[in-house]
Design a binder for this molecule. Structure first.
Ligand SMILES: [Zn+2]
Length: 164
């Protein structure tokens, strides 16, 4: 993890291994703008970490029509095990469904409150010091695996980066 041709400070990535034993290079966003662009890109998987408590949640943000639907990872497979958490419409995160269903994640759950809190800061252009935001080694726009250092740093593959 040393020789990417980048100063280490510009590439805050580490190797994560998922349950299938597949390695991916995750990356940490260093600005609110880059994190926002990623979550809004269409097919983003993003992890929020509380620096204070170490609590982490992984979300999937999927753009559809004028909304971004937000799911919470709640199983071992980070490509399929997501549960509906809420949606982002006109820049605002709305936890829960319009018509709640049994077993839904409560808008008061730490995962919902955590996303809401982070989102409120990000849209104001703030990346709180107590919050880390990571991508999971996949492009935010197309979800394909990221392989080159510039992509790990930005969260977008070369093709998608050119279309943003
Ligand atoms: Zn892509």
């Amino acid at each position: 993890m040393t020789d990417f041709g980048f100063p280490a400070s510009e590439l805050p990535a580490f190797v994560a291994t998922d349950t299938t034993g597949t390695e991916s290079l995750t990356g940490r966003f260093t600005s609110a703008e880059s994190a926002l662009a990623f979550v809004r890109a269409g097919k983003a998987t993003v992890t929020l970490v509380s620096v204070k408590t170490g609590v982490r949640f992984t979300y999937r943000a999927t753009a559809k029509d004028d909304c971004i639907f937000v799911g919470l990872l709640n199983g071992p497979d980070n490509t399929s095990d997501y549960k509906y958490l809420g949606r982002i419409a006109r820049g605002i995160f709305w936890a829960g469904r319009k018509s709640p269903r049994p077993g839904d994640i409560s808008p008061d759950a730490p995962s919902a409150r955590g996303f809401d809190w982070a989102w409120r800061h990000l849209v104001k252009g703030e990346l709180p010091e107590s919050l880390e935001i990571w991508h999971e080694g996949r492009c935010g726009r197309c979800s394909r695996k990221l392989t080159v250092p510039a992509s790990i740093a930005s969260g977008f593959g070369p093709e998608c980066a050119g279309r943003m």
